[in-house]
Design a protein around this ligand. Structure first.
Ligand SMILES: O=C(CO)[C@@H](O)[C@H](O)[C@H](O)[C@H](O)COP(=O)(O)O
Ligand SMILES: [Zn+2]
Length: 198
């Protein structure tokens, strides 16, 4: 019984990945263009999200600054979820809704990219970060699910919306991680060319 339930989670996750492959390939390719344009122009990626999405933001920044699968110079990325002094000071002195937007205001420049990760599309602090990014003339790449929530209405035509077609947070997060790995892989391909296996 328990084993069946566990197997079903694998099947559901795999089914969603098949469905998402068709729907998300185009917006992910658009996100790659946005990131490559920013990085080659001297820009950087600021990443934010709550809970599991905070981990995703950090996971992405680690692979940009460190490496993904290929050797290359580090790429500029900052997870806005990691500095406990900033998060507690801003959360305590202002409120939790501005913990990311304050950092975007302080660190963001025109041409930078905000990677905004929220499975519901409704996290107030992520939405506030998007507003701050627009004020800084940054491009937003939004990773969402559940139809996109409030994020859908907040994005501009020049932004990229990668919306996973599912209702369950865990399943959406599983696809978000795959999206981030696709981004890392494709950015490396664009910057370094095809791998020489000779
Ligand atoms: O990882 C999980 C659930 O899988 C949780 O920590 C989850 O990320 C948190 O509940 C978040 O606060 C949800 O926020 P969001 O995805 O709706 O923006
Ligand atoms: Zn990874």
């Amino acid at each position: 019984m328990l084993e069946q339930r566990i197997q079903q989670q694998f099947f559901d996750s795999a089914d969603l990945k098949y469905a998402a492959a068709e729907i998300l390939a185009k917006p992910i390719a658009d996100a790659v263009s946005a990131v490559v344009g920013s990085i080659t122009g001297g820009g950087k990626v600021l990443a934010c999200g709550n809970g599991g999405s905070a981990s995703d933001a950090q996971h992405f920044a680690a692979e940009f600054i460190g490496r993904f699968e290929r050797e290359r110079p580090g790429l500029a990325a900052v997870a806005l979820t990691t500095d406990s002094s900033i998060l507690t000071a801003v959360g305590n002195d202002y409120n939790f809704d501005v913990i990311f937007s304050k950092q975007v205001q302080a660190l963001g420049n025109p041409g930078d990219v905000l990677l905004a990760i929220t499975t519901s599309g409704n996290s107030a602090n992520v939405l506030a970060a998007v507003e701050a990014a627009h004020a800084k003339e940054m491009t937003v790449i939004a990773l969402t699910g559940r139809g996109g929530g409030k994020m859908r209405d907040q994005l501009l035509e020049t932004d990229v919306h990668i919306c996973v077609p599912h209702e369950r947070t865990a399943r959406i997060q599983e696809v978000h991680l795959l999206v981030l790995h696709c981004l890392c892989d494709a950015v490396d391909l664009q910057l370094l060319g095809e791998q020489d296996n000779a």
